[in-house]
Design a protein around this ligand. Structure first.
Ligand SMILES: [Fe+2]
Length: 232
């Protein structure tokens, strides 16, 4: 066997996918109008459970958004599902027949964040995949580029046990610590639900609006591994 350079493999990598919707402006405008109207109805469409990571001016809708009959929501739901299904098929190596036997269940909601609203670090239990679709990222605050930023945290909780010149400048995908994500209008980011993340305080004036969802996936006819209720 001949000698060779060391080969580098990646173990335990975290897949994060993103997709940009084409011609998203019209749909995002429709979604924004719809969500602002629902928000103005007081608590009718508000998720009623207290969540201790949400702070300040942050409206969270009920979790049944992907079942709403409103045409713009139907279009968004279909688009997000299509993108997630492609990622699941690709990463798991499922063929079309296997995909046809799967049932995707969702909890989905919208968030409207106003000035100084933010969300502390959390993950999304009882799901395999989560996503955030940006309806409008809000104002750019030039002096505070962290405004409304999404920060993902390294799931290897022991990763900071030691740092020196041997690991301080690791290149992607071997970076350690945190990764920041800035929303763009009409863009979807998909990530494993275990991945902890937080939303930095939003400091702009116009509403920052996103749709978020969790998905759990089982074969049709198979007893679901976990079925959260809409009260979760
Ligand atoms: Fe989240």
């Amino acid at each position: 066997m001949s000698e060779s350079e060391p080969r580098i493999e990646s173990f335990f990598a975290v897949p994060v996918a993103h997709a940009q919707m084409e011609q998203h402006e019209g749909l995002c405008d429709e979604l924004e109008s719809l969500f602002l109207e629902k928000e103005s109805n007081g608590d009718e469409f508000r998720h009623q459970k207290y969540i201790d990571t949400m702070h300040g001016e942050l409206f969270e809708s009920r979790f049944d958004l992907f079942r709403w009959p409103d045409p713009p929501v139907r279009r968004l739901t279909a688009w997000c599902h299509d993108r997630l299904a492609r990622v699941v098929q690709d990463l798991n190596g499922y063929d079309d027949e296997a995909m046809a036997s799967m049932r995707f269940d969702y909890h989905a909601w919208f968030h409207i964040t106003r000035k100084h609203g933010y969300q502390g670090q959390h993950n999304h239990p009882n799901a395999s995949w989560s996503g955030i679709f940006c309806v409008h990222p809000g104002d750019v605050v030039a002096e505070r580029p962290d405004s409304g930023l999404v920060r993902f945290h390294d799931p290897r909780t022991h990763i900071d046990m030691y740092s020196d010149s041997g690991n301080r400048q690791l290149r992607p995908p071997w970076i350690m610590g945190t990764c920041d994500w800035r929303h763009r209008r009409g863009q979807l980011v998909l990530f494993p639900s275990y991945l902890r993340h937080e939303i930095y305080p939003y400091l702009g004036d116009r509403p920052r609006i996103v749709v978020a969802f969790n998905c759990w996936i089982n074969r049709v006819g198979q007893r679901p591994h976990a079925v959260p209720t809409h009260d979760d």
